[in-house]
Design a protein around this ligand. Structure first.
Ligand SMILES: NC(=O)c1ccc[n+]([C@@H]2O[C@H](COP(=O)([O-])OP(=O)(O)OC[C@H]3O[C@@H](n4cnc5c(N)ncnc54)[C@H](OP(=O)(O)O)[C@@H]3O)[C@@H](O)[C@H]2O)c1
Length: 319
């Protein structure tokens, strides 16, 4: 029996968000193909186990890499939709993928690795995040220049990274989510704590993203995540946690000048990166404060039957 659901190729299935896309694609009954590097399973027993579980759930695992053009062409011939979930600093390798998609000519939808913020509107970044912003914009323009059908997924803040640390993302350096516990005594707030961000649980990001691949309403558009219950300022996010634990945290409000100095002095590189994320999201911020307009749609409005986790639901595992 042939499926009416698109065949999806996921690149980055062993990664942090790619594994959620894989689970959601399989759960929705899409024929699911994973382009996996030879080194993935041998690099970590956890990844080997994960790939085995995907195989057991019906995923078709294809060996290949963004750096191996022939493997891309072969994989693309088998599918209708491509979701790339490569990491922050692998974005430019997608140029090879764009070239292969153009050559093969059968891809109905491409979701480049984004799953972050509206980099075209908000490009005032400093530090390592500036490279991520600039590379994302270059990839968008390359997709459009080749006339490849796309959806850009702007899911804002991953809950596992932003919520347990209550927005002080530099606390996550050295921690592979899930974080052990949110702060209970004191917290740094970057800026005045008033600019809003949206926080979305990774499973929910994946559920909405998979829904969109066959949805004509998001063809050549942005899919934004701004769930009303989870669009909060840093002050409000800390307030939710304070209410849950019945305690007021000591707050250190960090000025932009202080944060820029912290970024300049930070070691290791990951600390610099996470502090520059804090600058982008909370100091410059207000990344959800714009009219969506005709070029995009908001996920929770588009799919009102999906129930998403609130920040409170997410934090309840720590109480
Ligand atoms: N909004 C947020 O809060 C937030 C937070 C984190 C990430 N993100 C975004 O989410 C996206 C994915 O990030 P992530 O943290 O999930 O990534 P990640 O955990 O670093 O995983 C990257 C994946 O890409 C694969 N990969 C890397 N280079 C490849 C290549 N040349 N060919 C094929 N596969 C390759 C890796 O495979 P191996 O197993 O072989 O290494 C891995 O599966 C990025 O766009 C990032 O900006 C957003």
């Amino acid at each position: 029996m042939t499926s009416s659901k698109s065949r999806i190729l996921i690149i980055g299935a062993t990664g942090f968000i790619g594994r959620h896309f894989t689970k959601a694609s399989l759960a929705e009954g899409h024929p699911t193909f994973l382009l996996v590097r030879d080194s993935a399973a041998s690099s970590s027993p956890e990844k080997a186990k994960l790939l085995e579980s995907f195989r057991a759930s019906g995923a078709n695992i294809l060996q290949g890499s963004l750096d191996d053009y022939a493997s891309l062409v072969e994989a693309l011939k088998k599918v209708d939709v491509v979701i790339s979930a490569v990491g922050d600093f692998q974005r430019m390798s997608q140029i090879n993928l764009i070239k292969a998609i153009k050559e093969v000519g059968n891809i109905k939808r491409f979701l480049p690795s984004e799953f972050a913020f509206e980099f075209d509107r908000f490009n005032d970044a400093v530090g390592p995040v500036k490279t991520v912003v600039d590379d994302s914009v270059k990839i968008r323009r390359a997709v459009e220049a080749e006339g490849i059908p796309y959806t850009y997924v702007i899911c804002n803040c991953f809950a596992e990274y932003f919520v347990p640390c209550l927005g002080q993302v530099d606390l996550m350096v050295g921690i592979t989510p899930p974080a052990p516990h949110p702060p209970t005594d004191k917290i740094s707030i970057y800026g005045d704590g008033k600019s809003k961000a949206a926080f979305v649980k990774e499973e929910d990001i994946a559920t909405y993203t998979i829904k969109t691949v066959d949805d004509p309403r998001t063809l050549n558009k942005f899919l934004y995540f701004m769930p009303p219950a989870n669009t909060l300022s840093a002050n409000e996010l800390v307030g939710v946690w304070e209410k849950m634990i019945g305690k007021t945290l000591e707050k250190d409000y960090v000025s932009e000048e202080e944060l820029l100095k912290k970024i300049a002095d930070a070691q290791p590189e990951l600390m610099k990166h996470y502090l520059s994320v804090c600058h982008y999201v909370f100091m410059k911020g207000d990344l959800t404060n714009f009219e969506i307009g005709p070029h995009g749609a908001e996920a929770t409005q588009l799919y009102p039957n999906v129930t998403y986790s609130t920040v409170e639901d997410f934090l309840s595992r720590y109480v």
